[in-house]
Design a protein around this ligand. Structure first.
Ligand SMILES: [Zn+2]
Length: 333
């Protein structure tokens, strides 16, 4: 019975998320703004996100207001439009210049619960909640078996030109954090987090390819996305994977300003006899290691790098499903 009395996942991330769930319920019951959600934690890095709340009350979906009882899953979308500004969709002047095509208009027949994108005013990636969580969104259309609009929380990620790795890393990390936040709120397993493309394959959405087409540009897929949701374990996916944290997220940095040098692009080999630590950021003292890669290990660099406090160059590299930084001085091309 213990299994049912105690949450199986007692990790710090899960506990923090459960705390947020309590705060959210409190806020909802007291008709107050929810507290800024914070506390997702993996490794020794703490990341806090604020959720801006701005319901699109003029949108036809909001006006229809069909009740969503208890969501059983999450659908991840990306916009399919080369405009990373969240103000393309959300009329929040504090976040930047609002596009005349924003979605808070009564002739718009699509809407989701959250939109993740770039704030030109704040110069950072932000999360905006655009619908109450107890209203069905109009996000994925329908397929041969029905529609996840009736059962799933859904969010959009604003696409850019699909080549900026730093932006990609930041929005995916933010999206993974948002999934954890919602998963803990509604006891949703990671396996129930699907892309629009997968929702279509399951028979519950229109025929779209997002955001898998974007993930593919950086050699990633929805399996990677689910594995890197903070605190996600193999059990949640039903794969038997122990979830040891061996599949690092793309970036653990709150803000990433990566420099690029095309000549760094290519395969590099660990040359130091003691191996190389693959770190969450550029700097040995500041950032934790995801693991030691022994001498001879090959990693791939797309040309991005960062300098640490003492001016040492760190390459932004991928190793299997892990992505992180290694000091260039202990790598050989
Ligand atoms: Zn979509």
């Amino acid at each position: 019975m213990t299994k049912f009395e105690r949450p199986a996942n007692q990790s710090a991330a899960n506990q923090a998320a459960r705390g947020n769930k309590g705060r959210e319920v409190y806020a909802r019951c007291h008709k107050a703004q929810p507290a800024a959600a914070e506390g997702a934690e993996k490794g020794d890095k703490k990341i806090a996100y604020k959720i801006y709340k701005h319901y699109l009350t003029k949108n036809r979906c909001y006006k229809t207001g069909k009740k969503l009882a208890k969501p059983s899953g999450i659908v991840v979308h990306s916009t399919g439009c080369n405009n990373k500004n969240v103000t393309r969709y959300v009329d929040m002047a504090e976040l930047g210049t609002v596009s005349s095509n924003h979605w808070n208009r009564d002739n718009i027949s699509k809407c989701v619960h959250f939109i993740i994108g770039w704030s030109p005013a704040l110069k950072q990636v932000v999360i905006v909640q655009t619908l109450p969580l107890d209203i069905c969104c109009w996000g994925c259309g329908s397929g041969s078996r029905g529609s996840y609009n009736a059962s799933h929380i859904q969010f959009e990620i604003c696409e850019d030109g699909l080549t900026d790795q730093a932006y990609f890393a930041k929005v995916m990390e933010t999206a993974q954090w948002l999934c954890r936040y919602l998963m803990d709120m509604y006891d949703i397993p990671a396996g129930k987090v699907v892309s629009h493309k997968e929702a279509h394959a399951n028979g519950y959405a229109s025929n779209h390819g997002d955001p898998d087409h974007w993930l593919k540009k950086f050699d990633r897929d929805m399996g990677w996305f689910r594995k890197n949701i903070p605190g996600s374990t193999g059990d949640e996916e039903g794969t038997g994977d122990s979830g040891s944290g061996n599949t690092g997220p793309i970036s653990k940095l709150q803000t990433v300003t990566q420099k690029k040098d095309a000549s760094l692009k290519g395969t590099w080999t660990v040359s130091d006899p003691t191996g190389a630590e693959l770190r969450y950021g550029a700097g040995a003292s500041k950032y934790a290691s995801m693991g030691n890669l022994p001498k001879g290990t090959k990693v791939n660099c797309y040309g991005y790098y960062e300098l640490d406090a003492s001016g040492r160059q760190w390459l932004y590299v991928t190793y299997g499903t892990k992505v992180g930084f290694i000091a260039k001085s202990i790598l050989k091309k």
